[in-house]
Write a protein that binds this ligand. Sequence first.
Ligand code: F3S
Length: 401
Amino acid sequence: MKLNQDQQNILDGKYGPGAQLAIKIQIAIGESFGAKRMVPITRAHVALSNQDADLWLAEKMVDMGAKCRIAPTVNPGWCLDYFKSRNLVSDEDYKMMERTHNAYKKLGAILTYNCTPYIDTNVPNFGEVVAFSESSATPYVNAVWGARSNREGANSALFAAITGYVPEYGLLFDENRKGNILVDVKADMKNDYCYHMLGMCGKKIGHGIPVFTGLPKHISPEAFRNLGAQLNTSGAYDMYHIVGVTPEAKDIETAFGGKEPERKVTITNEDFDEILETISLEGDREIDFVMFGCPHFTINECIYINNKINGRKLEKEMYILTSSHVKEMAELMGIDEKLESLGAHIVPSTCPDQPCWKFIKGKVGLTESPKCAYYPKRRGIDFVIRDLDTCIEGAVTGRVK
Ligand code: F3S
């Protein structure tokens, strides 16, 4: 790998042992992908997880004197104030989240605790080279914004934030951004929930860069978010194209770079039905709670839920996970107070895959997100999956069909 003077200085330890270790590992990653040089980044997002390995690395970097050159936004752990003030967490779990918070604070991260930064707080321009980890984030910045990021891990994105560089390989090159699988969508894409289900078709789509046809011209930010999140729940995707919609797919020839697709797949309503059967608990039952916001919900979704509930008292509690700034907006708008009085809680800076949810262990939830159902399973929380409107009605009646 050919290094410039600044990169060589980092490697020689001029900026301390933390940055030195970070670039050493980046060089090793780059060499394994055949990268010939490192290139500067302008943005990063670190999928902080508040789990043992994440905390170990962040604290190690702090102890070695590392500081981020590019302040990254970070994923949610769980909100210390929210859960502590309600007495829902153990001292041990509290201490761990506090250590995670302190480590990332010392590293100079922007403590957004939000997994959808690409919608409002960390939005790259077309062609910008960035280092984004997080399942819905990498495909969003590549496909929707036309920025360039490889599918970083939480650790490699942190190293990139520390050094300010990434090894040049993969999606940083034009030729690797072209599609190779034609996915003709015949399913009825009537709402944002359908993009969750489309994303869950990863097994049928197969490995590569999908090029979707048959989708509507207007696709909401929430639908793009859902598609990326579930593509990386059912498979591993860093890029996709939607013909006539995403910026590198003005037509089908451009999306495929003039080549023929290697594979053609058709997705139908039957595919969605089959997938739902395998990933959801059976319906026609009582549920214990409703959870939304995996990935984090937007203010528009909070408004939508408030309108749909329309002042009705909920039979079962509803948790709406979102960022602290969406929570603040909901407070300013009076939505937060209104929802709270009905039994719906807007929870900031929190992910369902965290120890703060021990108090719902063994209960049955209802959600519109397959990812929300997937991760908490290992924590003993199971879900029925239905579309958003059905889930809202489920919270009102306490049952789901
Ligand atoms: Fe976000 Fe956690 Fe879900 S990071 S996508 S809320 S698993």
